[in-house]
Design a protein around this ligand. Structure first.
Ligand code: SF4
Ligand code: SF4
Length: 291
């Protein structure tokens, strides 16, 4: 089934998270991304499954099979979540993508709403399924029983101005990743120019919808530390209410050449933090776990 305004393709749902926006949140990870980051730690969320079938035979739990139409079918009851299918998939996808109707998603939100401060739609790149997000947020805002829930998007910042303007009436906040400063570095690491990301950050700040900017530090590879004067000057143009968070490059989930790259240690993160703090003089959140 294709994503639509009443149907989403979901790679995972967390019914409780305290790291994906303010408070306790239900987090919906949508399948599909339009960036191809060398350092992606969830590469199996980038593409949609092609039904090639390469993962069917290796599954040790017999949880994957072919339908009569030749589609790969996942049996959640048999699955042991060993993730071997993800390891063998040559297409940066996974066979455990579930199609959720808007009604089913709202039922899940209602089931957990007493324990939640809000919902966050993440990815992949969440905004590739924008029509569904708009309908979901609209329905949450229209239901008096869910009026305490805030609606957030975790995004790579690639959505156009018109897209953000369409979702803005139902959006409480967004978290945006800024992964490098120079356009050349951004193109190399991400596969795309950074201008759309900056336009998104500026637009959301202007709308009062920018909750957090996340900076990924990859020692010796990204340029956020060598360009710290420019990065700091830019962050100083954002409202004080915008949270700045540092993410440390780690190897978990990463594929290919980036596995050879140096991980960001706590000491290295502290060094980058201090460089940036000296320029922006506001609290900067740091990672608490290093693997
Ligand atoms: S995670 Fe994948 S390989 Fe492992 S049991 Fe489930 S479907 Fe099979
Ligand atoms: S998840 Fe990957 S390996 Fe499995 S059928 Fe889909 S594209 Fe092929």
């Amino acid at each position: 089934m294709k994503p639509s305004k009443t149907n989403a393709l979901v790679s995972r749902i967390l019914t409780f998270s305290c790291v994906d926006g303010p408070g306790n949140r239900l987090v919906i990870f949508l399948q599909g991304c339009n960036f191809d980051c060398i350092t992606c730690h969830n590469p199996h969320t980038i593409n949609h499954c092609t039904d090639c079938g390469d993962c069917v035979a290796p599954c040790p739990a017999d949880a994957l099979s072919f339908s009569a139409e030749g589609k790969v079918v996942w049996d959640a009851k048999k699955c042991t979540h060993c993730d071997l299918c993800i390891d063998v998939c040559p297409h940066k996808s996974n066979p455990k993508i579930v199609s959720y109707s808007l009604d089913d998603m709202l039922a899940l939100v209602r089931q957990h709403h007493f324990f939640l401060n809000g919902i966050t739609v993440s990815g992949g790149e969440a905004t590739l399924q924008l029509p569904f997000i708009i309908e979901l947020f609209k329905a949450v805002k229209a239901d008096p029983a869910l009026s305490h829930l805030t609606c957030f998007i975790d995004s790579n910042g690639s959505l156009s101005r018109s897209g953000w303007e369409r979702v803005a009436p139902y959006l409480d906040g967004a978290m945006i990743d800024l992964k490098s400063w120079q356009s050349e570095t951004h193109r190399w690491l991400i596969g795309r120019d950074k201008h759309r990301v900056i336009d998104t950050i500026d637009l959301l700040a202007e709308m009062g919808k920018l909750h957090e900017v996340r900076l990924l530090h990859i020692p010796g590879k990204s340029d956020l530390d060598t360009e710290v004067d420019a990065v700091g000057a830019y962050l100083n143009t954002l409202p004080e209410s915008v949270q700045i968070r540092l993410n440390a490059f780690q190897h978990h989930g990463v594929m290919g050449q980036a596995l050879e790259w140096e991980k960001c240690s706590e000491a290295e993160m502290d060094r980058f933090h201090d460089l940036l703090f000296a320029r922006i003089h506001r609290p900067i959140l740091k990672p608490t776990i290093y693997t």
